[in-house]
Design a protein around this ligand. Sequence first.
Ligand code: SF4
Length: 352
Amino acid sequence: MHEAILYKKLENNKVQCTACKQYCFIAPNNTGTCGIRQNKDGKLYLLVYGKAVSANADPIEKKPLYHFMPSTEIFSIGTVGCNFSCGFCQNWDTSQITKDLKNKLLKEKKIANIDAEIGKFGYELLPEKIVEICIEKNIPSIAYTYNEPSIFLEYAYDTAKLANKKGIKNVFVTNGYESEEALNLLKPYLNAMNIDLKSFNDDFYKKICKARLQPVLDTIKLAHKLGIWIEITTLVIPGKNDSDEELKKITDFISTVDKNIPWHVTAFHPDYKMTDVPSTTYETLNKAFTIGKKSGLKYLYVGNILDEEHSNTSCPNCNTLLIKRSGYSVNIENFENGTCKKCNEKIPGVWK
Ligand code: SF4
């Protein structure tokens, strides 16, 4: 157990967690929505500090980040738990496991024991070790991913600070529910974020994710204002968020924040509580791509489906092909130091 840094102490030994925008009020012995932050005698503890359930060296393109150190590896870690409850989650077996556990322990009136139960998940991987692995294997960046990183803030924060000292970059792959407090704290060490914009419909967020839309929009605006490199991902789910009107609202919003923000429009595949919904078709993804172009977005990418035509980066000025992608294989052509070699157009991103 590790005492949290982002929380407020309240009367009667209650606390309020301020790591994410759920801003949970937590009674003694209980946890917040994510199930991994527990109030013990009026202090809030992170139960998964230094305990990863997944840790892998991934291609950066898998996050997905296409304008951030292309063709490099990124050491990726995640824990159990999540602050959302998305019915389409692809990592539900680790992200949602803490909610089931919490409900069971509440029913049995054994919630005080949740720290011991959560402690059984994963294996020890301390911040020092993560940084050591990156140095040993020459991996230039770390992703806090697989589950929502704002909920394991203290673990990510300590790792990011150490990594930053060694010249290693840090990336959040996130649902956009970081509190302002968390984002301001992380900012000096956080180089990039891939933020999900899952829908432009508050009802979608409420019913399917048990969250709200506006806090996510606010995070996107704040991260951009803070100068963190951001890319946005929308998983397009047939019948749920794929209407022309909704896709236009998403791309118009991104466009008003910054037309240079890359938008990844990715294919849904049946999973978790949505096994009755069909996979997204090429036609729908192409439609989203066209709508994004009309909104003025300069960098659009199709993902989770093999579509080489819509995976490449071309110069928006002279249309020269700069980065060719096929799956996770990347070929950098006509492109140097973030500049198109043919017409000298600067391409926004973090290139080294
Ligand atoms: S991280 Fe979010 S969901 Fe978890 S306890 Fe804190 S406010 Fe609640």
